[in-house]
Write a protein that binds this ligand. Structure first.
Ligand SMILES: Nc1ncnc2c1ncn2[C@@H]1O[C@H](COP(=O)(O)OP(=O)(O)OP(=O)(O)O)[C@@H](O)[C@H]1O
Length: 276
C-alpha cells in the first residue's frame, strides 16, 4: 500500500527496509477541546535521524504519536492536516491505522516488553498480532535478524525462551527495538528511549540509532540536548507560550546549524538553558 519495495506477502527479512520520508502539512492536534499543537509543517528526510526538542508540554510527543496514528487512540483526541508518506496521506479515508502502525514503529520511554512473553515471543509479537503465519524456520530467521539488528543477539541467543522482563533495562529497550524492526517498518519513532536507562545503556542505544538510520528513518523525542547533538542529523525545536497554549514548531534545521546558529531568539534561549 505504501509502495514498499519488499514482497507484500513475505514476512521474511529478505530486503532491508528502505526508510521512507515524511511530509507534515498544517498539522493541528487536539485533546477534546484543547488545542495542543498548532500548525506544524516539516519535511523529514529518508534515512535520517530527526530530534524533537523543546520544553515540557510543547507537543513533541503528541506530534510523534500523531505520525503513526496513535494520538487518535486517546478518547476525544483528533488531528487535522496531512502527513504524507510515500505519496499517501496517512490520514486519508482509505488508510487503515493498523497498517500505518505496521510501517511506522514506536519505541517508548520505558522499555515495555510483554511480561508474559519470552524474548523470542516478544520479537515475533508484531507478526503474531498481525496474524501472519510463518514457519518455524522463518520465525527463527526473523528472531535472529531482528535481535542482531538491535545489537542484542550475542547477549540472548542462548536464552530466547526466558522472559523478556528478565533482561536489564538497556537490554529490554533493545528487545523493544528488535520487536519494532521485526515487522520491517519504514520509520521508527522513539519517545525519550533512553530516559529510563543508565549512561552505558544510553550510549548503546545511541550507537544503535546511528546504525539503524542506514535502513530506517528515525524520529526521536529527547529532553537531552547533548543526545540530540550526538544522534540527530536534523533538530526540530518546539515551544509553547505557556500552559493551556498550543505547542508549535519554532524552527527545524540541520542539527549543527540549529545548535550553532539558531535563527530564532527563543531557540537560542532554550539551547543555552535559559528556560525549559
Ligand atoms: N492524554 C492527554 N489528554 C489531555 N491533554 C494532554 C494529553 N496528553 C498531553 N496533553 C497535553 O497536550 C500538550 C502537549 O503534550 P505533550 O505530551 O505532547 O508535550 P511534550 O512536549 O511531549 O511534553 P513532555 O516533554 O513533558 O513529554 C500539553 O499541554 C499536555 O498537557
Amino acid at each position: 500500500m505504501f509502495g514498499l519495495k519488499r514482497a507484500a506477502t513475505s514476512t521474511l527479512p529478505q530486503a532491508p527496509a528502505q526508510g521512507s520520508g515524511l511530509e507534515i502539512k498544517g498539522l493541528n492536534c487536539y485533546y477534546g477541546n484543547f488545542h495542543a499543537v498548532d500548525d506544524v509543517n516539516m519535511v523529514i528526510k529518508p534515512r535520517t535521524v530527526t530530534a524533537f526538542i523543546g520544553p515540557s508540554g510543547c507537543g513533541k510527543s503528541t506530534v510523534l504519536r500523531t505520525i503513526n496514528r496513535m494520538h487518535e487512540t486517546v478518547p476525544g483526541a483528533r488531528s487535522t492536516g496531512e502527513i504524507v508518506m510515500d505519496g499517501v496521506n496517512l490520514f486519508g479515508p482509505s488508510v487503515d491505522p493498523v497498517d500505518v502502525r505496521r510501517h511506522i514503529g514506536m519505541v517508548f520511554q520505558r522499555p515495555n516488553p510483554f511480561p508474559t512473553m519470552s524474548i523470542r515471543e516478544n520479537v515475533l509479537s508484531g507478526l503474531t498480532l498481525n496474524k501472519k503465519k510463518v514457519s518455524k524456520q522463518e520465525a527463527d530467521d526473523i528472531v535472529e535478524w531482528a535481535l542482531k539488528g538491535a545489537n542484542l543477539w550475542d547477549g540472548v541467543s542462548n536464552k530466547l525462551d526466558k522472559p523478556g522482563t528478565d533482561l536489564s533495562g538497556g537490554q529490554q529497550q533493545r528487545l523493544c527495538i528488535a520487536r519494532a524492526i521485526a515487522v520491517h517498518p519504514q520509520i521508527l519513532l522513539m519517545d525519550e528511549p533512553c530516559s529510563a536507562l543508565d549512561p552505558i545503556s544510553t550510549l548503546a542505544i545511541e550507537k544503535l540509532i546511528e546504525e539503524l538510520k542506514h535502513d530506517y528513518t528515525i524520529v526521536i523525542v529527547t529532553h537531552n540536548m547533548q543526545q540530540a547533538q550526538r544522534v540527530s542529523d536534523y533538530t526540530a525545536f518546539f515551544n509553547t507560550e505557556g500552559v493551556g497554549k498550543p505547542g508549535h514548531l519554532v524552527e527545524m534545521a540541520p542539527t549543527a546549524e540549529l545548535f550553532g546558529n539558531p535563527q530564532r531568539p527563543e531557540t537560542q534561549k532554550y539551547i543555552s538553558g535559559q528556560f525549559g
